[in-house]
Design a protein around this ligand. Structure first.
Ligand SMILES: [Zn+2]
Length: 305
């Protein structure tokens, strides 16, 4: 079975060299809090692989392609840096990587839309991971509304970070009320949303069915949920709404050094994930009409067999 990972983070060399130092000098304290901290046992919460190291990690886990998601940066310059880096990654590994663009909604429509247009020219395919709650933009911020409308018109999916209300406290945790996501999806019915981290279990919250333009990824699931979540969620929501995504290079099994992507793939498979969850749904989101040419190097574009 072909496997795509719909939720992977990756950073340029200047960030990888000294993540905390870079964040301190570039106005990104929230990212630093989430991504450069150490656990109580002293181990870092995540790694900082290069693109080439990421490809080797994908190979080891049997993952054919990864969708790179931008971070929900606070500064416009950080968004631009990451989008240009992703463009370079796509040029270097067109057969292994896909990428979404990140934008700073609080900077307003002009900045965000210029960034999206440029990213589209560079081969990026969607928006995210955004977190208006962490990016100082309320739900009616003009920049956010412009981005969501543009994405709907362009056919670009939008990945939004959702904090699971059930997840315990951790440094940098930001509350993201589930009602906000429901409201956004209803206000922008032509925009397709991917709510990260099982959507904070929004469809299981007992407030009725989620809007039709909402999908969910499984990023960081082992840090919050046991493996039973797969069967529960897939039964309640349906496999056609779920995208396998890891949140790599976050360490998904911190108590088991060495257990990473391959272990998560096995957990998903055991939980009932099939071809749709492992990539079919993502490819449909990227090409909703199913008419445009399959992206170069994408599953399905090679010779048969
Ligand atoms: Zn993420």
């Amino acid at each position: 079975m072909r496997i795509l990972d719909a939720h992977v983070h990756l950073y340029p060399p200047e960030i990888n060299r000294d993540p905390a130092g870079w964040a301190a000098t570039h106005g990104e304290p929230h990212w630093a809090l989430l991504c450069t901290r150490r656990r109580r046992d002293g181990r870092p919460v995540q790694g900082f692989p290069s693109a080439e190291e990421l490809i080797r990690e994908l190979d080891a886990a049997g993952i054919e392609r990864a969708l790179l998601l931008g971070w929900y940066w606070e500064q416009p310059a950080s968004c631009a840096l990451q989008n240009r880096f992703f463009a370079a990654c796509l040029r270097a590994h067109p057969d292994r990587l896909l990428a979404f663009a990140t934008v700073p909604p609080a900077a307003g429509p002009a900045v965000c839309l210029a960034e999206l247009e440029r990213a589209r020219d560079e081969g990026l395919r969607g928006v995210g991971e955004l977190s208006p709650h962490a990016q100082h933009a309320d739900l009616s911020a003009p920049g956010l509304e412009a981005v969501l409308a543009w994405a709907g018109a362009a056919g670009w999916p939008v990945n939004l970070h959702v904090t699971d209300p059930a997840a315990g406290p951790y440094p940098g945790r930001i509350a993201t009320p589930l009602a906000d996501f429901r409201a956004l999806a209803l206000r922008f019915p032509g925009t397709r949303f991917i709510l990260a981290h099982w959507g904070g279990l929004l469809p299981l919250a007992g407030e009725g069915p989620a809007p039709a333009n909402v999908w969910y990824d499984t990023a960081a699931s082992p840090l919050v949920h046991g493996p039973g979540i797969w069967e529960t969620f897939l039964r309640a929501v349906g496999p056609e709404r779920v995208l396998f995504g890891s949140d790599h290079p976050l360490h998904l099994y911190p108590r088991e050094p060495g257990a990473g992507l391959a272990r998560f793939v096995a957990e998903a498979r055991a939980g009932g994930a099939g071809a749709a969850v492992f990539g079919g749904n993502l490819l449909s989101l990227l090409d909703p009409a199913g008419t445009s040419a399959t992206p170069s190097g994408a599953p399905g574009s090679g010779p048969p067999g």
